[in-house]
Design a protein around this ligand. Structure first.
Ligand SMILES: CC(C)(COP(=O)(O)OP(=O)(O)OC[C@H]1O[C@@H](n2cnc3c(N)ncnc32)[C@H](O)[C@@H]1OP(=O)(O)O)[C@@H](O)C(=O)NCCC(=O)NCCS
Length: 204
């Protein structure tokens, strides 16, 4: 099949060859959504992010930010887990340039720094306690290891989640100076550097 292309009156018309493929119904590809997909969030995911988060009611992050603000500025530091096209869990991070997290870190993204501030990890309420939070966090940390120049990830969490992050390999740095609505937090750190073995086997 050919398609006539002529734009400017000064150009002679020419013809583009487009591939002709007549597939039998059996050969036609079914357009199904992937069963499971991990990818960076985009602004189009904002409503799904907001819905999971609104229900989670947790996050320091969302008490202080619009859900759209940070990951739109640094989508490469976000990761969503989609099952058949539906967002089931996500992580939002941003860049930070100080040893410890401060109040400013809640709203800022500092580009090209060795530290990632993990603002939020949230799993859809129907999918909790199935290992998804741990798996997504593990994949995110693997992903960060593949990004050149990154050395560590920091986060703050309430006391009850310290064991969860400890299990994922984070170490406590002590009480955080950040407080929101009288809530107190522990600061935790994960070292990304010096993991050559993990890097070699992670498909980076
Ligand atoms: C915290 C959260 C991300 C964990 O994800 P998840 O998929 O449910 O967790 P997993 O199934 O991978 O791991 C379960 C472990 O998480 C820990 N955990 C999860 N929620 C917990 C809670 N509310 N209190 C105490 N421990 C909790 C437990 O240690 C549990 O370990 P166990 O299996 O030995 O009981 C999820 O519960 C969530 O989205 N909560 C609301 C949002 C939130 O609090 N995010 C973190 C701060 S930004």
């Amino acid at each position: 099949m050919t398609q006539k292309v002529s734009g400017s009156p000064f150009l002679k018309p020419f013809f583009l060859k487009t591939p002709v493929r007549v597939a039998s119904p059996l050969q036609q590809r079914r357009h199904t959504l992937p069963a499971s997909e991990f990818r960076n969030l985009t602004s189009q995911d904002a409503i799904s992010v907001f819905e999971i988060e609104r229900e989670g009611k947790i996050c320091v992050y969302f008490l202080q930010n619009s859900p759209y603000s940070l990951y739109v500025r640094c989508p490469e530091l976000s990761l969503g887990w989609f099952e058949e096209g539906q967002l089931v869990a996500f992580i939002i991070g941003s860049g930070w340039d100080k040893e410890r997290l401060s109040q400013k870190a809640m709203t800022q993204h500092v580009p090209d720094t060795p530290t990632v501030h993990i603002h939020v990890l949230s799993v859809h309420r129907h999918c909790r306690q199935q290992g998804k939070g741990s798996i997504l966090l593990w994949r995110y940390l693997q992903y960060l290891r593949c990004m050149p120049g990154l050395r560590r990830a920091l986060l703050i969490c309430e006391d009850f989640l310290v064991p969860f992050y400890r299990k994922a390999g984070f170490k406590e740095k002590g009480p955080s100076e950040i407080s929101v609505s009288n809530m107190q937090f522990q600061e935790m750190e994960y070292a990304l550097g010096g993991q050559a073995y993990a890097r070699r086997n992670s498909g980076c």
